[in-house]
Design a protein around this ligand. Structure first.
Ligand code: COA
Length: 148
């Protein structure tokens, strides 16, 4: 399937059940319903979803403060991975953040999450640190930054 078959749009409150379903089993610390409501409603936060086959198959959220953004979760449905969807969604998020005047984008990623590390590397993020035990004992976070 080509990237063009993904429809990317701003998340709406009615997408929350689909987003929560996507997170189940894919994210160690899924966002709560109220955190997702806040992410969608707050003008200082950006949440995008991607639709394919008429359903939400990926989503990503970013919180912004002044000219900095912090990436929260990004998830692609297990059956839709490896088709360029996360890359397309994130590229759109970066465009939206650039338009909002965001200049630096930060994120943390678990040090053994090879797909996510590779995705972020491809998108131009660079490692600037390591936070030991961030996700629990023996589970470290790689700190990454991209200048927009
Ligand atoms: C990380 C994740 C979002 C990638 O989604 P995806 O839609 O499959 O990613 P894409 O198809 O857009 O791939 C983009 C790049 O990511 C990397 N990537 C994706 N899957 C990969 C895999 N299984 N192994 C290695 N690299 C991978 C590659 O660099 C790829 O670029 P390429 O296609 O040019 O090689 C997905 O694996 C996921 O939902 N994982 C569980 C949740 C998670 O860990 N999220 C990140 C932290 S919150």
């Amino acid at each position: 399937m080509a990237e063009t078959e993904l429809l990317i749009r701003a998340a709406e409150l009615s997408d929350i059940p689909s987003i929560m379903e996507l997170e189940q089993g894919s994210i160690a610390h899924p966002w709560t319903k109220s955190a997702l409501e806040d992410l969608i409603k707050d003008p200082n936060k950006i949440c995008c979803v991607g639709e394919s086959d008429g359903k939400v198959v990926c989503y990503a959220g970013v919180e912004t403060v002044l000219d900095e953004g912090n990436v929260g979760n990004i998830v692609t449905h297990k059956e839709y991975r490896g088709r360029g969807f996360a890359k397309a969604l994130f590229t759109k998020l970066i465009e939206d953040m650039t338009a909002k005047g965001i200049e630096k984008l930060f994120l943390e990623v678990e040090s053994d999450d090879v797909p996510a590390l590779s995705l972020y590397g491809k998108l131009g993020f660079e490692r600037y640190g390591l936070r030991r035990g961030y996700y629990g004992q023996g589970r470290d976070a790689v700190l990454m930054l991209k200048n927009l």
